[in-house]
Ligand binder design. Structure first.
Ligand code: PEP
Length: 250
């Protein structure tokens, strides 16, 4: 039985005071979260602060990205071993904002995934189609291409130590959520593509849904057989909303 995971992606938001208030709000409500693993992914500079605030709690820390490089002359980059050393458990890779705004290709995403795992982090690999790709019927083709780039590089067994987030780009930050049926169909496709290579890995793989998840739609999404939680953007910046999503798994 796969456990639900709810991970908050804070994106480019936060401040020392704001993070403290948000984390203390989340921790105050964690006793009501019965069935979900929970993680938060703050911006890089706040990772040590948030790590300390989370200390002794069950909430895990994640980064929003990591470099594909381990060290060297890569100004502005942050390496996976640094993130591990600072206390991260997860690293998001291939978020659609990285792909669309910073030109990160499937190959770069796969290298980042590999670097994260090599450092002992659990990558949360984001995949998902653009609106025009959904409309022209190529959703599965796009998701398969994004997934295969990683599997071909790291091998199917490595997928056991990862999380996948299906995030239709047209649903991110737009208020448009994929219906539970639309999301389930793609989650089932992802799991079956992994199962074609290794049924055991597919069975254990957490596949999260991301795209305008809110407390009032989370329970219906999480009830679907192949939806194992959520990657949450906007709603993860409000403790009450984030907790509402975490308790939707109860
Ligand atoms: C995201 O960016 O990963 C995301 C799912 O954002 P939102 O929840 O705001 O749509």
């Amino acid at each position: 039985m796969r456990k639900i995971l709810v991970a908050g992606n804070w994106k480019l938001n936060g401040s020392l005071a704001g993070n403290e208030a948000l984390v203390s709000g989340i921790l105050a409500g964690m006793s009501n979260v019965q069935n979900a693993d929970v993680a938060v992914c703050p911006p890089y500079p706040y990772l040590p602060q948030v790590r300390d605030l989370l200390s002794g709690s069950a909430v895990k820390l994640g980064s929003q990205d990591n470099s594909e490089h381990e060290q060297g002359a890569y100004t502005g980059e942050v390496a996976a071993p640094m993130l591990k050393e600072i206390g991260c458990h997860y690293a998001i890779v291939g978020h659609s904002e990285r792909r669309s705004l910073y030109g990160e290709t499937d190959a770069i995403t796969a290298s980042k995934f590999e670097a994260a795992q090599k450092a002992g982090l659990v990558p949360i690999l984001c995949v998902g189609e653009l609106l025009e790709e959904r409309e022209n019927g190529t959703t599965e083709e796009v998701v398969a291409r994004q997934l295969d780039a990683v599997v071909d590089l790291v091998g199917i067994a490595a997928m056991a130590n990862s999380v996948i987030a299906y995030e239709p780009v047209w649903a991110i930050g737009t208020g448009k959520t994929a219906s539970p049926e639309q999301a389930q169909a793609v989650h089932e496709f992802i799991r079956s593509r992994i199962a074609a290579q290794d049924a055991g890995v597919a069975e254990g793989l957490q596949i999260l849904y991301g795209g305008s998840v809110k407390p009032d739609n989370a329970a219906e999404l999480f009830a679907k057989p192949d939806i194992d939680g959520g990657l949450i953007g906007g709603a993860s910046l409000n403790a009450e909303d984030f907790l509402g999503i975490c308790t939707a798994a109860n």
